[in-house]
Write a protein that binds this ligand. Sequence first.
Ligand code: NAD
Ligand code: DAU
Length: 331
Amino acid sequence: MHLLVTGGAGFIGSNFVHQTVRERPDVQVTILDALTYAGDEASLAAVSDRVTLVRGDIADAAVVDPLVAEADVVVHFAAESHNDNSLTNPWPFVQTNVVGTYTLLEAVRRHSTRFHHISTDEVYGDLELDDPARFTPETPYNPSSPYSSTKAASDLLVRAWVRSFGVQATISNCSNNYGPFQHVEKFIPRQITNVIDGIRPKLYGKGENVRDWIHVEDHNTAVWTIIERGRIGETYLIGADGEENNKNVVELILELTGRPRDAYDLVSDRPGHDMRYAIDSSKLRTELGWEPRYDSFRDGLAATIEWYQANEAWWRPQKDATEAKYAELGR
Ligand code: NAD
Ligand code: DAU
């Protein structure tokens, strides 16, 4: 099988490539990645002799078309992915997440190529803290931010291309990922690297917001399950029952690094900050038989902290510029 992985130099995409090379030696991998601030060739160093990396934009049809023509399956991770950035400048989100996905869809339509679209639980909006509900594939779309609205738009394009043109596509909407190779702008790596640098972790608002954490390896085993056994046209929600509020996560990072559990600061809130995400992944589990491998958030977080402690050379070049951006936002 020849796989085209878009966004394979980013956090989840690079972990997907590592897992694929490790567990499926028969699969040939080509990566299409623009190497934006969020993409890093260094994330692929350990597999560089096993994969082909093409630097290019998913919205550039001249680059996309020949790569899709050679592929059996396209797995589409590439996106602008950070909510805070989308509030500062939404345009790259519209261009990459909407126009980029459109460009890929037109190419897979031309070449009748199987397509798997990676999306987010944020398309469903948010839940109240005391709401017993969780997101299901039937939950109406109600995105809050420029990021999540462009992801919602991309999902709807995929659904329309399936129905109108018979494109062979599946969609997955996953909850918050953590693990190695995540950019230091994101919540967990930001706080781990702050602690390493002697900076107090920063919690938005009151730290009450809840995210449904899943280890990136579990996201990617689910993606493989859907590629192999998913029904065309279907949407699968991926989650590992990992609801935690942000305050608990920061306190756990402080505890696991031997700091006092209250050594953090509350900072100004993110505008429009979604309160809670929660995934009901029973369709994926019952229909396709997927189960997560990581059953302890504490253990997964401890391993992630160790990874950032051992891989400072990977994240250090991004740290100062990232914190400078946050300082401008007062966060
Ligand atoms: P990331 O920001 O770490 O990586 C994105 C990658 O896409 C980078 O390598 C970047 O260079 C590349 N890219 C950006 N614009 C591009 C363009 N125009 N052309 C080609 N490549 C481009 O993102 P991530 O956290 O790994 O997320 C990957 C996917 O998973 C996204 O679609 C995101 O919406 C989705 N997702 C993320 C999470 C999460 O918790 N991080 C959860 C659910 C879904
Ligand atoms: O739910 C899936 C989504 O998860 C993905 O689609 C996005 O690509 C991914 O970035 C993530 O979005 P969030 O906005 O939930 O992730 P982020 O890491 O930015 O923030 C997680 C929570 O932590 C959120 O409630 C905001 C809060 N936060 C974040 C930062 C960076 C803080 O309290 N302090 C911080 O410094």
